[in-house]
Design a protein around this ligand. Structure first.
Ligand code: DP6
Length: 345
């Protein structure tokens, strides 16, 4: 059947970005994490993806992809590699003509990892389509997290919200294959904010995938694994009991450990910027002087995420606006905990 004769169905998926509190760093097998991680799903920073699909193709046809309204070669090439890599698990894809158009609500220059929300949206969209061919036992949201993970590990955590875990922990709980929402969280965490400070928006010198790879032979691999498990359990307890100080200390330790692992990799590399360190110093000084519960975390890049509860919103945002904006290259992005990916039919 010619493409123009086919009847295409359409729907839209929205998937949020997420910020890790305990970091996924290092992998094994087929995109499985070396250690358990825990993240907060964001609300405003998300990817909106339009799917058009028709069954009856002779082989998977996804020649039409748009990223921010344009034919992006790099987006198309990565998507192509990804789709080809999962047809053994989802052979239905081979009968599919697929058009995908993806757009982020946050600027590309924001330096926020867009692969989590992009692959979260692709994962949920594909799971929704594949569910038409599978029986009732097909759990769309669990399968979405599996597909998203195969595209980008952290994307597995962009399906549910507001707090999500991924990876088997040292008590044998959780799954390496898909992420799950955490239910027992103290009410003081009900409204948690994330202000993203954009210190540098240029392309990273070393990708996250390359960084994960360097963990395989890292001198601190085993001790990192042990520490990540300890942080993970301690964070669950802090979030359940509402201990914001313990929570914040783990957040900062995780961020600095992630960057210490990069600095002590072979070859070594540094993604922090002098202004990242300046902001860290000022946040710690502000906290010491005012006792405002404002803590930082950092992903694989120089930008700083500041996390604070509702009770600290006014003081934290006044401080950010008056003292930290001058260390940023663009307006800060004010976001908060959100509820996960959705399908709009
Ligand atoms: C530092 O999920 O981007 O953000 O699986 O290779 O796509 P790939 O890596 P990616 O790694 C994210 C690492 C991190 C920590 C985290 O989000 O847990």
């Amino acid at each position: 059947m010619k493409n123009q004769d086919k009847k295409y169905n359409t729907f839209q998926v929205q998937a949020p970005s997420n910020i890790a509190f305990v970091k996924y760093w290092g992998k094994h097998g087929r995109q499985l994490p070396m250690n358990p991680s825990l993240s907060m799903t964001l609300s405003s920073c998300k990817t909106v993806t339009q799917f058009e699909y028709a069954w009856g193709a002779d082989s998977l046809d996804h020649s039409q992809t748009l990223f921010e309204g344009d034919h992006s070669l790099s987006f198309h090439a990565r998507l192509n590699r990804f789709l080809c890599s999962i047809t053994d698990l989802y052979p239905e894809l081979d009968q599919l003509s697929l058009k995908i158009s993806s757009h982020n609500t946050f600027p590309h220059s924001a330096g926020i990892a867009s692969s989590a929300s992009a692959y979260g949206a692709i994962g949920l969209g594909l799971a929704r389509i594949i569910s038409e061919k599978r029986g009732r036992d097909f759990d769309i949201y669990q399968e979405a997290s599996i597909i998203a993970r195969l595209g980008s590990g952290s994307a597995s955590r962009s399906i549910k919200g507001p707090f999500v875990r991924w990876g088997i922990d040292d008590q044998n709980k959780g799954s390496d294959h898909f992420a799950q929402a955490i239910s027992s969280v103290h009410s003081s965490f009900n409204k948690l904010y994330d202000c993203i400070l954009l210190v540098d928006s240029s392309e990273k010198s070393v990708s996250s995938s390359a960084g994960h790879e360097l963990m395989n032979k890292h001198a601190f691999k085993d001790s990192r694994n042990k520490q990540a498990n300890e942080h993970f359990q301690a964070l669950l307890i802090a979030m359940e009991s509402g201990d914001f100080e313990a929570f914040g200390e783990i957040l900062e330790a995780e961020a600095l450990t992630l960057h210490a692992l990069m600095m002590s990799s072979n070859p070594s590399y540094i993604l922090l910027h002098p202004n990242s360190l300046e902001i860290i110093a000022r946040v710690r000084m502000f906290r010491g002087e005012t006792h405002t519960p404002l803590y930082f975390t950092i992903d694989a890049g120089p930008n700083i995420h500041l996390i604070y509860p509702e009770s600290a919103k006014l003081a934290a945002e006044n401080f950010i606006n008056s003292e930290l904006r001058s260390f940023c290259v663009a307006d800060c992005l004010f976001d908060h905990a959100g509820s996960g990916a959705i399908i709009n039919e």
